[in-house]
Design a protein around this ligand. Structure first.
Ligand code: ADP
Ligand code: ASP
Ligand code: MG
Length: 401
C-alpha cells in the first residue's frame, strides 16, 4: 500500500471553491494509486477570528476552553473536504484528533504530540482511500482537547508521516521555501533543497512557512518534507538531511525577521548561580521563551539581558518576582520596539568572515547591534523594529539572497 501525507493550510481551504480545488488535487493522487492522509488547517482566518471572539468574552481566556474553541476550526474544514471528496466519488472520511487518538502533552495552546494511534488509521484505510484529519489539535491524558501552537497543522502532518514512515507534502500559498519571505521581498529566490538544520533555524527565528516543531520531528525520523503551492504545479522545495553533492553550498541560505521583541534587563543581581537557575526555572514553568541571553558582571553584581516576545511580558514579570523573592536591590527594565534579524546557512561552518559581512551590512544602514547570538549555522542580531526591513534588504544584497 503506497501512502502519502498531504497537508493543506488555511489559505488553501479558505473558501468552498478552494476546498473543491483541494479535493481535485487529492483525487489525482488517489488516481495515481495512493492512499492519502490529508491534514487540514482551519479555513482562512478562522483561528484568528476565534481568538478575537474569545477575547471579547474574556480578556485572558482560560486556555482549556480556548483549545476547545480553536479545535472547532479544523473540524469544519476536515468535514467539508471529506464531503467534497465524496462528491467526486472518492472513498473519504474525516476525523478529529479524538477519533484518531492524537495524544499530546498537557499544555493547553502549546501541547506536543506524544503518539498517534495508527490502528485507527490502518483499520479505516481498509475501505477508504482518503482519511482527512484535523491538524493543530490533540487530546491530553485528561481527555481534554489541546492545540499545538499557531501554525501547528504542519506538525500534525509530519507526525503522522513519521508514525507511518511515509513522505509528507505540505501545500500552502507559496510554491516553496525561499531565501526570505517572498511576500515581503519579491526578489527572494526559491530553494530547491534546504537542510533540516537550516529550516529548523529559519522557522524558529520567524519564518512561518513551516511550524518549527514539524521540522524537528522530520529531522528526528528522517521524513522528507516537500513544500509547494496548492494553487499551481510549480516545483517546490525539499527539506532533507543533506544537500545533494552536486549542489554548491551557499554561505548563507536564508534570512528572516522575528518581530515584536522586547529587551529585558535585570540589573544588580547578586553573583549567585542559584539565583540564575531559579530565574530560568520560573521562566520555563510559565512557558516563556527567552533568547539572546547576555550576562555582564559589574562591581560584584550581575546584569542579565535577554529578549522575549511582547505577549510574554506579564508572565515574565511574575517569574522574576517569584525567583527573586527575598533578594534586595534588583531592578528590571523592559524596552520594546525590537526585531530579531537572522541569517542562516550550513555553509557558515566552513566560510569565515560571515559575521563581519553581516555587521558591515547593518552598519551601512546605521545599525549598531544591541544583542547578538550565534550558533554554528546562524547569526541573530537585535535591531530596532523600524529599521528591520531596511536592514534585511541590505543583508539580502550582501549575501545575494
Ligand atoms: P499555511 O496557512 O498554508 O500554513 P502559512 O501562512 O503558515 O501557510 O505559511 C506560508 C507563508 O509563509 C507565506 O505566505 C509566506 O508569506 C511566509 N513565509 C515566511 N518566510 C518564508 C520563506 N522563507 N519562504 C516561503 N514563505 C515564507
Ligand atoms: N489553524 C491554526 C492556526 O491558524 C493551525 C495552522 O494553521 O496550522 O494557527
Ligand atoms: Mg502555516
Amino acid at each position: 500500500m503506497r501512502i502519502v501525507v498531504q497537508k493543506y493550510g488555511g489559505s488553501s481551504v479558505a473558501t468552498p471553491e478552494r476546498i473543491k480545488n483541494v479535493a481535485q488535487r487529492v483525487k489525482r493522487k488517489v488516481d495515481e494509486g495512493y492512499k492519502v492522509l490529508v491534514v487540514v488547517s482551519a479555513m482562512g482566518k478562522t483561528t484568528d477570528n476565534l481568538i478575537k471572539l474569545a477575547r471579547e468574552v474574556s480578556p485572558k481566556p482560560d486556555t482549556r476552553e480556548l483549545d476547545m474553541l480553536l479545535a472547532t476550526g479544523e473540524q469544519i474544514s476536515a468535514a467539508l473536504l471529506a464531503m467534497a471528496l465524496k462528491d467526486l466519488g472518492v472513498r473519504a472520511k474525516s476525523f478529529n484528533a479524538f477519533q484518531v487518538r492524537i495524544r499530546t502533552t498537557e499544555e493547553h495552546t502549546a501541547a506536543r504530540i506524544v503518539d498517534i494511534d495508527d490502528g485507527v488509521i490502518f483499520e479505516n484505510l481498509k475501505d477508504h482511500d482518503v482519511l482527512v484529519v484535523t491538524g493543530f489539535q490533540g487530546v491530553n491524558e485528561k481527555g481534554d482537547l489541546t492545540t499545538l501552537g499557531r501554525g501547528g497543522s504542519d506538525t500534525t502532518a509530519v507526525a503522522l508521516a513519521a508514525k507511518l514512515k511515509v513522505p509528507c507534502e505540505i501545500y500552502s500559498d507559496v510554491d516553496g521555501i525561499y531565501t526570505c519571505d517572498p511576500r515581503i521581498h519579491p526578489n527572494a529566490k526559491k530553494l530547491k533543497y534546504i537542510t533540516y538544520d537550516e529550516a529548523l533555524e529559519l522557522t524558529a527565528l520567524g519564518a512561518k512557512v513551516l511550524h518549527s516543531r514539524s521540522v524537528e520531528i522530520a529531522k528526528k525520523y528522517n521524513i522528507p518534507i516537500y513544500c509547494a503551492s496548492s494553487f499551481n504545479e510549480e516545483e517546490g522545495t525539499l527539506v532533507v538531511e543533506r544537500l545533494p553533492e552536486w549542489l554548491e553550498e551557499p554561505v548563507v541560505t536564508g534570512a528572516t525577521i522575528s518581530h515584536g521583541q522586547i529587551k529585558v534587563t535585570v540589573s544588580y543581581l547578586p553573583k549567585d548561580a542559584n539565583l540564575l537557575t531559579a530565574i530560568f526555572n520560573e521562566v520555563a514553568k510559565r512557558l516563556v521563551n527567552i533568547d539572546m541571553i547576555s550576562l555582564v558582571p559589574s562591581n560584584g553584581d550581575l546584569f542579565l539581558s535577554f529578549t522575549i516576545l511582547e505577549d510574554h511580558r506579564e508572565d515574565l514579570e511574575k517569574a522574576l518576582q517569584e525567583a527573586l523573592k527575598g533578594v534586595e536591590g534588583w531592578k528590571s527594565s523592559y524596552q520594546g520596539g525590537f526585531a530579531k534579524l537572522s541569517i542562516v546557512g550550513v555553509g557558515m561552518r566552513t566560510s569565515p568572515g560571515v559575521a563581519a559581512r553581516f555587521f558591515e551590512a547593518l552598519k551601512r544602514v546605521g545599525i549598531t547591534p544591541e544583542l547578538v547570538t550565534t550558533s554554528e549555522i546562524k547569526i541573530s542580531c537585535l535591531v530596532p523594529e523600524e529599521k528591520a526591513e531596511e536592514a534585511l534588504k541590505e543583508v539580502i544584497k550582501e549575501f545575494e539572497l
